[in-house]
Design a protein around this ligand. Structure first.
Ligand SMILES: [Zn+2]
Length: 305
């Protein structure tokens, strides 16, 4: 059989695996695999990486098969571009769950401050209920409540209308921000964990303090770890992209990582996260979270670009 140039190209195309790992992911795999072999030879077979969140072992072929995935350290939806490699389970279940709470929290705050998107709500009047949207525009003297016809029972809407016509002047609104604050904060802790892993590799992941954080993320048993996150709004200095900066600071008698994550929603949110280091004394951070929290809440920094 004679192949034309076109036929050869078509054949070559057919051999491309279903999920093509990006060049960035391949380079990352190589770097992480070498790091694992040098830092934790017992966890390495010379050609594998470990998921930084569950420590499961993955080969390069898993990248093509899709069981090892590229994960954005700061969610793509929040403008993140940096990636690391995590397994499909950690990325899709734990990652997406926590991330969605963070995205909704920031979305809700944006809706309350910029008024550029509606807040879902339930409107109750004299025993009748309807689905509604609230536009909270701080730049205008009036805010708007809109009943969503398609999402409501027409009889209920008629009941509300009737009650208001008869002079009922009491209404109640339940705003649905649809996020759990501790989940949103743990999404930030997860970002800090992945950014430190990206920077320090398996030396960080395999040490005691970070293991405790990882276990909390895996089990969704957060304890007081959400208190490792402080935040401030309208911080001076605006980054063109989301930023992550990590520093090691001396806290009491041990080193703590201090991770700054700035996300540019219109209200520009800066999170400060205290994280354990690979210092064997760093788990002492967990016994001093309240003191650390006071410090985090006083943080102010100026970012210059
Ligand atoms: Zn995993």
């Amino acid at each position: 059989m004679q192949l034309t140039a076109d036929g050869a190209a078509a054949d070559a195309k057919r051999q491309v695996p279903a999920t093509m790992a990006s060049r960035k992911a391949s380079t990352l795999f190589q770097r992480l695999s070498a790091d694992l072999a040098s830092v934790c030879p017992a966890a390495s077979n010379g050609a594998n990486v470990r998921c930084p969140l569950c420590l499961g072992s993955f080969a390069r072929k898993d990248l093509e098969a899709g069981s090892l995935t590229e994960e954005h350290i700061i969610p793509k939806e929040l403008g993140g571009t940096e990636i690391t490699l995590t397994c499909k389970t950690c990325n899709n279940t734990q990652g997406s769950t926590l991330e969605s709470h963070l995205v909704r929290m920031l979305d809700g705050e944006r809706a309350l401050n910029a008024g550029d998107r509606p807040i879902r709500a339930a409107l109750h009047v004299a025993g009748h209920s309807a689905a509604a949207e609230v536009i909270w525009d701080t730049n205008r003297p009036a805010h708007e409540i809109k009943i969503i016809g398609e999402a409501s029972n027409p009889l209920e809407i008629a009941g509300i209308h009737d009650s208001l016509s008869k002079g009922v002047n009491e209404l109640s609104l339940n705003l649905h921000f649809r996020y759990v604050p501790t989940y949103a904060l743990m999404a930030v802790v997860r970002i800090a964990y992945l950014s430190l892993f990206d920077q320090y590799g398996y030396r960080f992941a395999y040490s005691d303090g970070p293991s405790t954080i990882r276990e909390a993320l895996r089990s969704l048993e957060f304890g007081n770890f959400p208190k490792l996150v402080g935040r401030t709004r309208n911080q001076q200095g605006r980054a063109p992209l989301p930023v992550m900066l990590t520093h090691a600071i001396l806290f009491k008698s041990f080193l703590v990582h201090f991770v700054v994550i700035q996300i540019n929603t219109p209200i520009r949110t800066t999170f400060f996260v205290a994280m354990p280091t690979d210092d064997p004394r760093s788990p002492a951070l967990f016994a001093n979270i309240e003191r650390m929290r006071e410090l985090l809440n006083k943080c102010r920094i100026t970012l210059r670009f």
